[in-house]
Design a protein around this ligand. Structure first.
Ligand code: ADP
Ligand code: F6P
Length: 355
């Protein structure tokens, strides 16, 4: 007869509690930098995986700032109830300039010791991981979990929040298309991504944008945008969606320039921080849960100062210094696909060119 196991917290991996690293009794968790949907799911996973293994957990609120202001709370399994589906972060987040100084880092490490925090799990982006490296140098073991909608953490294929943000952008751009089409206009849509074009490139493909501009690839407005618009106009196309990553330049400036060079009525839409909110997608919830669990597993094995990452579909981890020295390039196959599909609009002369 097949045996059935029901897995819940307090049940799975019970035997491994004895394998707990003795140096660590209390784990601190914080979120830092820009928030991202799925951060709550990661906090939940860290708290529950840690408690399952017999650790105490403390939440540090408002990022590294919370260490400098002693904004630290005790957490239990119920502290993270009903948050897996919520955007934002129940621990709040912040950018803390004082923490960037050596004195700030020394104070933060002392605050950890005073609060009895033996190790810190930091959910955030590259900047937050630099903070982890500095905390490690002050003797506080750290684990980083990539949480940013930009997907710009070099060591990881994927970052928590990326999928939700892209789905939000696609939903908004689909709505925008309706009015753009009705008015025979050009919509220049600015999506987030200060230094990275991942959101732009994927939403560009998903929304059938004629052109997508990303910071990683230099562009020439006349060659890459205007001439392409004019050529597709000749095939009967009357409305245009151009997607611009934030790091490329201001959508308003680009829309004005398009209007003055083509005469096509153009509007700019900046999607902005709406992309950072909302209920996390399944992918973000699952990835956050896996990463949070993995972070605690590392600490329980006495493995410190790592950044958790995804590689293909697996959860892996890298030394923080190594992770910060890595470099990630944009997936050129996506660039090829975006280019080929939008270029193909130029080849048809039917009036059915509706993208
Ligand atoms: P992200 O983590 O999303 O990249 P930031 O770059 O704003 O966001 O960094 C978040 C916080 O991490 C900063 O406000 C600061 O407290 C800390 N931090 C950033 N860079 C460093 C650094 N070089 N050294 C120490 N701490 C840093
Ligand atoms: O979370 C990353 C990011 O969304 C970037 O794309 C953007 O430039 C930045 O955060 C803006 O964040 P804030 O307005 O909070 O400074």
């Amino acid at each position: 007869m097949q045996q059935m196991f029901i897995i819940g917290y307090g049940q799975e991996r019970k035997g491994e509690v004895t394998g707990m690293n003795n140096d660590i009794k209390t784990i601190g968790v914080l979120t830092s930098g820009g928030d991202a949907p799925g951060m709550n799911a990661a906090i939940r996973a860290v708290v529950r995986a840690a408690i399952t293994r017999g650790y105490k957990v403390k939440g540090v609120r408002h990022g590294y700032n919370g260490l400098l202001t002693n904004d630290i709370i005790d957490m239990n399994v119920r502290s993270v109830s009903e948050i897996i589906h919520r955007g934002g972060t129940i621990l709040y987040t912040a950018r803390c300039l004082e923490f960037k100084t050596l004195e700030g880092q020394q104070r933060a490490a002392q605050a950890c010791r005073d609060a009895g925090i033996d190790a810190l799990v930091v959910i955030g982006g590259d900047g937050s991981f630099r903070g982890c490296k500095d905390m490690a140098a002050q003797g506080i073991p750290c684990i980083g979990i990539p949480g940013t909608i930009d997907n710009d953490i070099a060591c990881s294929d994927y970052t928590i929040g990326y999928d939700t943000a892209m789905n939000t952008a696609v939903e908004m751009i689909d709505k925008l298309r309706d009015t753009t089409q009705s008015h025979d206009r050009c919509s220049v849509v600015e999506v987030m991504g200060r230094n990275a074009g991942y959101i732009a490139l994927n939403t560009g493909i998903a929304c059938g944008a004629l052109v997508t501009l990303i910071p990683e690839v230099p562009y020439d407005l006349e060659r890459d945008v205007i001439s392409r618009m004019k050529a597709t106009q000749k095939t009967g196309k009357r409305h245009f969606i151009i997607i611009v990553a934030e790091g490329v330049g201001r959508a308003h400036d680009i829309a004005n320039e398009i209007q003055s060079r083509t005469g096509i009525d153009s509007r700019a839409t900046v999607l902005g921080h709406v992309q950072r909110g909302g209920s996390p997608s399944l992918r973000d919830r699952v990835t956050a849960s896996r990463m949070g669990y993995h972070a605690v597993e590392l600490l329980s094995k006495g493995i410190y100062n790592r950044v958790v990452a995804t590689k293909a579909e697996s959860i892996v981890d890298y030394d923080i210094a190594v992770a910060l020295s890595m470099y990630k390039t944009i997936d050129t196959s996506l660039l090829d696909i975006a280019g080929a599909i939008s270029r193909s609009c130029l080849l048809y002369t039917s009036d059915a060119a509706d993208e």
